[in-house]
Ligand binder design. Structure first.
Ligand code: FAD
Length: 530
C-alpha cells in the first residue's frame, strides 16, 4: 500500500517520524510506510540449527515497542494479507522458529537494552524490568552488581529474555524454582490483535496494542504468551523475579555405570530442595563426551572408563549437582555436600567437587562454546531433539535412544535430568506430558548433536540424523506420552497432536490475540489466512 493512500493522521505521523529519524524510511522490497524496514540479512534467515534458511522480505530493527506496534497495526489494517512477522531474539532456535519466509523479521536485540532494578527490603521481593531483546548474560552481569540474580536459568546465557520466555527456559534450577516462565511477574506485549477502537475509527491510528499484563491484569494474554512460541504477541519487556545471589557455588559431579541407580539418585537430589540448588546429568557415551563435558569443570577428574567395543559398548552416566553458599550460612557447604553425597550410590571414588564463583558456574557453557569455536565446531549443523518424558517411561526412553544412537560416533551431549510438574503453571501455553499417574517427577532429555559437514556429515547424513530424531520423537510420543520441548512439527496436524487436549485453548488464544495469523510463522502452527 502506498503511504499516500493512508489516512491524513498517518501521513502526518510518517512525516514526523521521518524528520525525527533519518534512517526510518530505507526502502525495503515492500513499502510499509513509517517503519524502519531494512533489506534482509543472512542473519535473519539463519539460526543455530543451520538446517532451515528461510529468507524474509525485510527486517525491522525497532528502537522502541512502538515501532513494533506500528508494524503490527499497519499489517492488521492493510491489504498485505499474507505478510507474516517473526520476532528474532538471539536466533538460537534449531528449526527456523524465528524465521519468516517472505515476511518480516523483527530483530529484538536492536531495542534499547534497558534493565531497571527494584531491590525489595526484608519482606519484599526484588525484580528487574528488562527489554525483551536483552540476553540473560547481561541481566546476570548487571544484577550481580547489586548482589541479586534471577532464580531460574538456562544452561547457556547468550539467549534473549523474550526468546526463552516464549518456550519455557529450563536448567538445573527448574526442579526448585520452576522454569523461567514461572519466575516472571509482568510482561509488556505487543499483540497481533486488531483493536475494535482502531478498526472503527480509522484505517490506521499509528497505535497498536501494547499491553502490560500480569497474573492479575490481562492474565489470559500473560499466560498465553508464556511458552506461547511467539504466536500471540511480541514480548518487549519482562519483570523477572530476583533473589539474593550466592558468591560461590560448590559444583559436584558423580559417575554411574547403571541407569536406574543414576535416575534414582537424581530423584533423591530433587527431593532435597532445602539443601540442593541445581541438578542435571548427562550420558557419557565415549571419550569425546567425557572430554567435552569436562572443559568447564575445573576439577582433576580421574575417570578412565572402559567404553567396550562398537558391538558391545559400555555406557556411563554423570550426575551434576550444586550447592550455593548463601543458603547455608550456619552450615559449612562442604558438610552439606557430604551429607548429600553420603546418600548417593555412585561408582566407588567417582565423585568430584570444586568451588567456583556463581558467575562462572552459570556461564559454564560459554567456555565450551569458546573451545568449540576455536576448532571450528560451533557453526555446524545442530540437529537437536529435546523431550519431556514421564518418569514411568524413562527406562524405555533410554532404550529407544540407544537403539538410535551409535555411542562410538556420537558427537555432542545427551542431557537427562528430572523436573517437578508442580513447579509449572498449567495456565501457560507450555506443553508437558499428560499426568497419567501421580508422579511428580518427569524428565527432560536433550539430544544435543553436532553434525559437522567438514567432518563428513553433509546433507545426506544430516537428513538421516533428522529422520532418526523424528523416529525417536514419534515413538516416544505414541508409546510413552513424551512431548517435545522446543518442538518442531512439519505439519499443522503434528502440532494438533503435540498440544493434545490443550489444542483448543491454544487455537482460541490465537484467534483472540493474533486473529490474522501474522505472528510466529517459523513455527508452522498456523498458516497465514487470506
Ligand atoms: P530465537 O531463537 O530468536 O526465537 C525463538 C522463538 O521465540 C521464535 O519463535 C521467536 O519468534 C520467538 N521470540 C523470540 N523473541 C521473542 C519475543 N521477544 N517475543 C515473542 N516471541 C519471541 N533452552 C532451555 O530452556 N534451556 C537451556 O539450557 C538451553 N540451552 C541452550 C543452549 C544452546 C547452546 C542453545 C543454542 C539453545 C539452548 N536453549 C536452551 C534453547 C533456547 O532457549 C531457545 O532456542 C530459545 O528460543 C533461544 O532464545 P533466542 O533468544 O535465541 O530465541
Amino acid at each position: 500500500m502506498e503511504v499516500s493512500m493512508l489516512c491524513p493522521r498517518v501521513s502526518l505521523l510518517i512525516l514526523i517520524l521521518s524528520l525525527c529519524s533519518p534512517y526510518k524510511f530505507i526502502q525495503s522490497p515492500m513499502d510499509f510506510g513509517p517503519l524502519n524496514l531494512l533489506p534482509t540479512t543472512t542473519t535473519a534467515s539463519s539460526d543455530f540449527g543451520r538446517i532451515f534458511f528461510h529468507s524474509p522480505a525485510a527486517v525491522l530493527k525497532p528502537e522502541s515497542s512502538r515501532d513494533i506496534s506500528l508494524l503490527l497495526s499497519f499489517l492488521s489494517g492493510s491489504s498485505l494479507s499474507k505478510v507474516t512477522v517473526a520476532a528474532r531474539g538471539a536466533g538460537h532456535s534449531i528449526h527456523g522458529q524465528a524465521q519468516a519466509l517472505d515476511g518480516i523479521v523483527v530483530e529484538m536485540c536492536s531495542l534499547p537494552a534497558e534493565i531497571e532494578f527494584y531491590k525489595g527490603g526484608e519482606a519484599e521481593i526484588s525484580y528487574a524490568d528488562v527489554s525483551g531483546g536483552v540476553m540473560w548474560i547481561d541481566l546476570l552481569e548487571q544484577s550481580l552488581k547489586l548482589g541479586l540474580a534471577p532464580r531460574s536459568w538456562t544452561d547457556y546465557l547468550y539467549l534473549t529474555v523474550g526468546g526463552t520466555l516464549s518456550n519455557a527456559g529450563i536448567s538445573g534450577q527448574t526442579f526448585k524454582h520452576g522454569p523461567q516462565i514461572s519466575n516472571v511477574l509482568q510482561l509488556e506485549v505487543v499483540t497481533g490483535e486488531v483493536h475494535p477502537r482502531f478498526s472503527v475509527t480509522c484505517c490506521f491510528t499509528g497505535q497498536g496494542e501494547i499491553v502490560t499484563c500480569s497474573p492479575s491484569k490481562d492474565a489470559d494474554l500473560f499466560n498465553a504468551v508464556l511458552g506461547g512460541l511467539g504466536q500471540f504477541g511480541i514480548i518487549t519487556r519482562a519483570r523477572i523475579l530476583l533473589q539474593e545471589a550466592p558468591q560461590k557455588v560448590k559444583w559436584v559431579r558423580a559417575f554411574y555405570d547403571d541407569f536406574s541407580t543414576f535416575t534414582k539418585d537424581q530423584e533423591l537430589l530433587v527431593s532435597m530442595p532445602d539443601l540442593v540448588d541445581y541438578v542435571e546429568g548427562f550420558i557419557v557415551l565415549n571419550e569425546q563426551s567425557l572430554h567435552s563435558s569436562s572443559i568447564a569443570f575445573p576439577a582433576n577428574v580421574d575417570f578412565n572408563p572402559d567404553f567396550g567395543t562398537k558391538n558391545r559398548p559400555n555406557i556411563y552416566y554423570c550426575i551434576e549437582f550444586a550447592v550455593h553458599d548463601y543458603q547455608h550460612k550456619n552450615a559449612n557447604v562442604e558438610r552439606v555436600v557430604e551429607v548429600i553425597s553420603r546418600q548417593m550410590r555412585h561408582m566407588v571414588s567417582q565423585l568430584y567437587s570444586v568451588e567456583v564463583s556463581y558467575f562462572d558456574f552459570l556461564n559454564r557453557v560459554r567456555m565450551e562454546e569458546m573451545s568449540l569455536r576455536s576448532i571450528g565446531l560451533w557453526e555446524v549443523h545442530h540437529p537437536w531433539l529435546n523431550m519431556f518424558v514421564p518418569k514411568a517411561g524413562i527406562n524405555d526412553f533410554r532404550d529407544l535412544l540407544m537403539d538410535n544412537v551409535s555411542p562410538d560416533s556420537f558427537e555432542g551431549l545427551i542431557l537427562i535430568y528430572p523436573l517437578l510438574r508442580d513447579k509449572w503453571d498449567t495456565n501457560t501455553s507450555a506443553v508437558l506430558p499428560d499426568s497419567g499417574s501421580t508422579d511428580r517427577v518427569m524428565y527432560v532429555v536433550g539430544i544435543l548433536r553436532s553434525a559437522n559437514p567438514e567432518g563428513g556429515c553433509s546433507h545426506h547424513c544430516l537428513q538421516e540424523l533428522l529422520r532418526r530424531h523424528r523416529r525417536i520423537a514419534d515413538s516416544a510420543g505414541a508409546q510413552l506420552g513424551a512431548k517435545q520441548y522446543l518442538a518442531h512439527h512439519p505439519t499443522p496436524s503434528g502440532w494438533h497432536q503435540h498440544f493434545g487436549r490443550r489444542w483448543e485453548r491454544f487455537a482460541e488464544r490465537k484467534t483472540r490475540f493474533d486473529p490474522l495469523r501474522i505472528l510466529g510463522p517459523g513455527q508452522g502452527i498456523f498458516p497465514r489466512s487470506d
